[in-house]
Write a protein of this length. Structure first.
Lengths: 464, 291
């Protein structure tokens, strides 16, 4: 090799070695902090033995969704409040692990950490995720902790617990607020169509036929200019109230079978199919995939939006151009129903500090936290009865007192969707069947049967 | 003998026909281009709108007034945006450098070095591309938790460098095009195997290196689920996670500020693409791989 060649070679090797060194340095900078603290015990051992032993602090991790939104901020400030009050007194320090993601990704993160043995001590769960956790025994039964602590359950609304119990009475979550369903409506569009709003009383609610009549009258136009009368999320959970109202249900109470082939459930599905997709009163999936129902409602293209009270903060912020309000859901043969959506705090069975975790959980469902939720317009009706009663006037701003009552009174008409085993997969399958109804491939009766058959297969696979 | 002359009228007819063909194609491409650009332009204009204008009907493309403060908010709010940017740059840089080094060496080995089981090994490597990321997510998390890497950037850097079947495949395809005669000539001149790789082959696969670099930068910069699963401390979050701070599961997402944040996050990617566009197109044209 020539001298020049050798020089070039040396330079290349130098470049390569430098790059590897830089990589190693940068990777070193990424090392977990645990490595930095390994020296600590040695130093501690050299300390004089007579030094007073610091009080033992139990560390608790609280994992929940949140970003810079109201939920993230409230969880952050409540964690801080706990650490400065109860935590200080009882030697507990809580760290809030903020997860800026939607439910499916959040659930993946929680399940991965449980599987890896690094489970958080307290988690926030939505009822839709309940079966993901209870089927696999991921959650601690809270009953023994409640009894040992002497918690008086009568101070909270029953759905706070009912929604998180299994058929054997085990309690897997402590609800912090009750979201219910009702019908948001655009008052301007009602006025333009010459319609007067029906009664705001759940006892004296409108009928499903009247509801359908309103939806048809509020539907007009074609193509991009079309105005829709009604939207409800085409998923079983959202439709619980109509199944109950038509004397049917989504599933059986023991979570082992869907009940979508029952007479009432089929009739309800048929009613919605005719109204929403055959008569075109509701935007189809191809419309809502381009412009969400939320956006359609905000832009005055949707008159009635049947959804949960979790939409309130968004609507309160975003609706500027028209008057809006809420109406109770219609009554049917078996009565008037709304759906209960109770988000809850739970303790993973793998938590290393269940007692300290329960202390934090109690704080998060008690007076101070419940008042903070009301201040931020979060979680619907507070689970703690005294707070809900004292703050009734502050709940559901900017609605009028009468309209706010629609939400408050709805708590008496609730029904928790019956989730089956392996609910995530069942849910996914039933959603696909509903899409087939929309496309006109199957009738409501055929869809009901299909849902049950598919769900049976999935539930059987999930049974131990 | 003189060459036959084509009648001028026919010649111009061909020209017009050809011109019309090109015009039609250009029109089609223009329409497709506009369709592709609309969401991007919408994002840009929304990032400059007032909150109340985002859902205004009929929709307006040009914001009035122009709300520059949305961009200011992205950087001045009490969220770790600056830190997230630095974290994303660090992770992307390391993953890209590591991937280029690892994949080019492995691709060269599979293409140019004969060793027993090479075909089988390559087949196994390719098979890993068929396994969806979701399947390996929990086992990977358990592994990372066991070695104490959770809540650090290491799980976002080391596994993507070590296991990148697509990158190895891409580089192998390019190295296959390097003529063996060239390497033989280098060997006769006394080049070592590493010199043959670094001095002879690498300069010939530059477009592939740039293509792989761009793909890696894109996937690493935009990665959401990995950082979400592995990171717990906000100071260690990457840009896609912090962008999600502006969304809300309980309603009230600030769309205009969020669009400003997304535009800010996309800026470096677009810049990189514009600078290396020539190589990127070459890479795609030669392999037919679009990522």
């Amino acid at each position: 090799m020539t001298k020049k060649g050798e020089k070039i070679m040396k330079r290349n090797w130098f470049t390569l070695v430098s790059m590897v060194a830089i990589l190693a340095l940068l990777l070193g900078a990424c090392s977990p902090q645990a490595a930095e603290t390994t020296e600590a015990p040695k130093e501690a051992a050299e300390q004089p033995t007579e030094a007073p032993k610091p009080p033992e602090i139990v560390k608790v991790t609280f994992m929940a969704q949140g970003g810079d939104d109201a939920q993230g901020q409230i969880f952050e400030s409540l964690t801080q409040q706990f650490n400065e009050s109860v935590g200080k007194e009882k030697g507990i320090e809580v760290t809030y692990v903020k997860v800026p993601a939607d439910w499916p990704e959040y659930v993946q993160k929680v399940i991965a950490s449980i599987a890896a043995g690094t489970a958080p001590d307290v988690i926030n769960l939505s009822p839709l995720t309940k079966m993901d956790f209870t089927t696999n025994d991921y959650l601690l039964d809270l009953n023994p902790l409640m009894t040992a602590d002497g918690v008086d359950a009568s101070l909270w609304y029953p759905p706070t617990f009912d929604a998180w119990k299994d058929d054997k009475g085990k309690l897997f979550g402590f609800g912090h607020g009750i979201y219910t369903e009702a019908v948001y409506y655009n008052k301007n569009m009602f006025k333009d169509a010459g319609l007067t709003a029906p009664s705001l009383e759940w006892d004296n609610s409108w009928t499903w036929d009247e509801f359908a009549d309103y939806a048809r009258k509020l539907t007009k136009g074609e193509g991009a200019e079309k105005q829709y009368g009604l939207f409800v999320e085409p998923q079983l959970g959202w439709m619980t109230p109509i199944f109950r109202s038509f004397c049917g249900s989504i599933g059986l109470p023991d979570a082992t079978r869907l009940n979508m082939d029952s007479e009432g459930s089929v009739a309800a599905l048929e009613f919605l199919t005719d109204l929403m997709w055959k008569d075109g009163a509701s935007p189809r999936a191809e419309v809502t995939s381009a412009t969400s129902a939320y956006e359609l409602f905000l832009t005055g293209k949707l008159a009635m939006f049947w959804d949960g009270s979790w939409m309130m903060p968004g609507f309160a912020n975003d609706i500027k151009d028209f008057e809006w309000g809420v109406l109770p859901l219609p009554k049917g043969e078996c009565g008037t129903f709304t759906g209960y959506w109770v988000d809850a705090y739970a303790i993973p069975a793998a938590s290393k500090n269940p007692n300290a975790a329960f202390e934090f959980l109690k704080f998060m469902v008690d007076d101070a936290a419940s008042n903070a939720y009301v201040d931020q317009g979060l979680f619907g009706i507070p689970g703690k009865i005294s707070v809900a009663q004292a703050r009734a006037i502050d709940l559901f701003k900017p609605l009028t007192t009468e309209e706010a009552k629609v939400w408050l009174e709805s708590a008496k008409y609730g029904s928790t969707p019956e989730y089956t085993l392996n609910w995530n997969e069942v849910w996914d399958t039933t959603n696909k069947v509903i899409q087939r109804i929309q496309l006109g491939e199957v009738s409501a009766a055929e869809a009901g049967k299909l849902m049950v058959e598919e769900a049976d297969r999935i539930i059987k696979a999930a049974q131990p | 003998m003189s060459l036959p002359e084509f009648p001028p009228r026919r010649n111009s007819a061909i020209k017009i026909k050809k011109g019309l063909g090109i015009l039609t194609w250009e029109l089609v491409l223009l329409i497709v281009g506009i369709l592709m650009a609309v969401p991007f332009i919408w994002m840009l204009t929304t990032s400059l709108k007032e909150r109340s204008q985002v859902f205004a009907f009929p929709p307006t493309f040009i914001p009035d007034p122009i709300q520059w403060s949305n961009y200011k908010e992205v950087w001045t709010r009490d969220i770790p945006m600056v830190q997230a940017y630095l974290n994303s740059i660090k992770i992307t840089l390391l993953v890209t450098l590591g991937t280029l080094f690892n994949c080019s060496i492995a691709g060269y080995a599979f293409a140019k070095i004969k060793f027993p089981g090479s075909g089988l090994l390559f087949g196994i490597l390719l098979a890993t591309m068929m396994i969806p990321g979701q399947v390996t997510l929990v086992p990977m998390y358990i592994l990372m938790a066991r070695i104490g890497w959770v809540d650090s950037h290491l799980p976002l850097i080391v596994p993507p460098i070590m296991v990148n079947a697509f990158g190895v495949f891409l580089m192998r395809q390019f190295f296959l095009n390097v003529p063996d005669e060239l390497l033989d000539a280098a060997r006769i001149d006394g080049a070592s195997p590493f010199q043959m790789f670094a001095k002879v082959s690498i300069p010939l696969v530059k477009p592939a290196m740039v293509t792989l670099a761009i793909f890696t930068i894109l996937s690493s910069w935009n990665s959401f689920l990995g950082p979400l699963i592995y990171l717990n401390t906000p100071e260690k979050f990457t840009v896609p996670l912090v962008i999600n701070y502006f969304t809300s599961v309980v309603g009230g997402t600030e769309w205009s500020v969020m669009m400003a944040a997304i535009t800010t996050a996309l800026a470096p990617i677009i810049l990189i693409y514009l600078v290396f566009q020539r190589y990127f197109i070459q890479g795609i044209a030669r392999t037919g791989i679009k990522g």
